[in-house]
Structures are given as C-alpha cells and as structure tokens.
Design a protein around this ligand. Structure first.
Ligand code: NAP
Length: 283
C-alpha cells in the first residue's frame, strides 16, 4: 500500500504506455520489500525542462529516461557520469540533495548478459553487427571488460567509422561493409558475435543481418540485443550451427536492475524481474 512515506520513481518518455519498465521495476520493489512506487510519466519533448524541474520539486528519488529524451536531457542535468558520456545518452537519473545526476546502465545490462553466460570478454575478439545507439553501449561495455579486438560490420560503414572514432583513444575498431568478403574473414577468430541492429525484431521475424555462419568458430557466443521475439532468426541460425546464444532479455533486465541499484543501493531480484517481463509479453 502507498502511504505518505512512499518514495517515487518513474519513467519519462514520449510515448511511455508500451514500456515494460513499470512492470519490471514494481516487481523489483515488491520483491525487495521497499516502500517505493514506479510510474510511467508521458513527457512531450517541449515539456522536458519543466518536467525535470517538477520531478525535483516533487522530491522524486529517480527516473528512467527513454526515447526521445535520452540525449536532449543531458545538458539539463547537474552532472553526467562517465558511462553516459561515453554512450552519449542518459537512461537513468538520480535526484539527490537538490541535484539531478545522469547515468547510463545499458553497458552494464549488456555485460551482465555476458557474465550470466560465463563469458569473460577480457583479451577476447568481438564482432558487432550495427552501429547505432545500442552498438555504442555494447562497445563501451566491451571496452570496460577489457576486450582486445573489436570489429564492426554494418550496411553503412561511414556511420560505423564515426562510431569507431569516438572510442579511438581506447581501442582501434576495424569497420567493414557487412556484405564484403573481408568482413566474413573477420568472423574466423571471433569469440563473440553481437547483433545490435533491429533486424529480426517483431513483426519482421524473417529478417536477419548477413552472417557467414560456416566461418564462425563453434565456441563463439552469439548475442542478440532483441528480446521480442525471444529467439530471432539470427539466434535460431546460431543455435543450428551449434553456438551458445543469449537474447536481449538479459540486457533489458540488467539495465533495469542497475538503475534500481542506483536509486535504492539494493541489488534487486533479477530473476523475478525477468519473470514479470515474460508474463507481460505472454499476455
Ligand atoms: P538503431 O540506432 O535504429 O539502429 C542500429 C543499427 O542497425 C544501425 O547501424 C542501423 O543502420 C542498422 N539498421 C537498422 N535498420 C536496418 C535495416 N533494415 N537493415 C540493415 N541495417 C539496419 O537502433 P538501436 O537503438 O541501436 O537498437 C538496435 C537494436 O537493439 C533494436 O532492436 C533494439 O530493440 C535493441 N536494443 C535492445 C536493448 C535491450 O535492453 N535488450 C537495449 C537497446 C536496444 P543505419 O545506421 O544505416 O540506419
């Protein structure tokens, strides 16, 4: 039951009605026995600045931030942490002592999916498909975990080059057109292959990024950031070629769990969050 002491959390975005975060976060709150409530808060782009001031004035403990505010919110905050700066977007805000500090938990969510599958990225080679916002979080996560060799394949190599440049002081990322022979050769020594494109996401179940599966060594882990459907065509092919696979559920729950910990300082029950997510999906 909510009381006068209940602390407030939420999600700001436009639209927010489709979001799975309220269900995941309220499950985590309940499992941890905390007196918090998490609500979806639709905020139109022109209302972002006043919404932030309002959340501060109302004494909110924190919020998640989703499309279209993840980048535009950055200059409105009192502080932005290193992960959010490197990823170029904020997905979590903590309000404390009258200040708003921005974080990004997507890289932590992504690496949680690796660790839960027993994969240590240190010293390894990864091939990444796609060069958008999610790819940027994946790259930062892999750099933090000590990846030794990183390759991007994309339909638009110029965009991928621009992304690689952002991380040039950490690692030299090689970029290819994913339809070329040179890219297929890069798959040979890969320990990890990640799909960071929307290809295969519902309702486009038959699409998949191009992969020369016979080139990839059997022990390579194959990770798709998509969580709907739980097994994309890309992951189905990987499984058919004998690879261990991970879908985007781990990243989704992992980023939510990391946000929860920033607000409450408590490690949430990630398994319960995942169950709640699946229950919503199956409805
Ligand atoms: P994005 O910025 O729209 O696109 C990512 C990349 O995919 C870009 O390189 C883009 O190429 C490429 N791409 C898009 N449509 C394509 C098509 N039809 N054919 C070939 N390439 C295409 O998306 P994003 O925000 O990075 O997200 C990528 C995926 O990750 C989405 O499926 C999203 O649901 C998923 N995701 C999952 C989580 C999670 O928690 N599990 C978190 C974030 C994102 P161009 O630059 O040439 O357009």
């Amino acid at each position: 039951m909510f009381t006068g002491k209940t602390k407030n959390l939420g999600l700001i975005g436009w639209p927010v009605a489709h979001s799975l975060s309220p269900c995941m976060q309220n499950t985590a709150i309940e499992e941890a026995g905390l007196d918090y409530a998490y609500v979806a808060l639709p905020v139109a782009p022109e209302g972002l600045k006043s919404a932030l001031e309002g959340l501060k004035a109302l004494g909110f403990s924190g919020v998640n931030v989703t499309i279209p505010h993840k980048v535009t919110v950055m200059p409105l905050l009192d502080e932005v942490d290193e992960n959010a700066r490197m990823i170029g977007a904020v997905n979590t805000i903590v309000f404390e002592a009258g200040r708003a500090k921005g974080y990004n938990t997507d890289a932590a969510g992504f690496t949680r999916g690796l660790k839960d599958n027993g994969f240590d990225a240190a010293g390894k080679k990864s091939v990444l498909l796609g060069a958008g916002g999610a790819a940027r979080a994946v790259i930062w996560g892999l750099i933090r975990e000590g990846i030794a060799d990183l390759v991007i394949g994309a339909r638009n190599p110029e965009k991928a080059e621009a992304l690689a440049k952002i991380f040039a002081s950490y690692i030299k990322i090689r970029v290819y057109d994913w339809n070329g022979q040179l890219f297929a050769q890069e798959l040979k020594a890969a320990d990890l292959l990640v799909n960071a494109t929307p290809l295969g996401m519902s309702p486009h179940l038959e699409s998949a990024p191009p992969v020369a599966w016979t080139k990839l060594q059997k022990q390579a882990l194959v990770y798709d950031l998509i969580y709907n459907p739980v097994q994309t065509r890309f992951l189905k092919s990987a499984a058919e070629y004998g690879h261990q696979t991970v879908n985007g559920e781990k990243m989704l729950v992992g980023q939510g769990a990391a946000s929860f910990k920033l607000w409450t300082k408590i490690e949430p029950d990630a398994a319960a969050m995942l169950n709640a997510l699946r229950n919503v999906h199956n409805k």
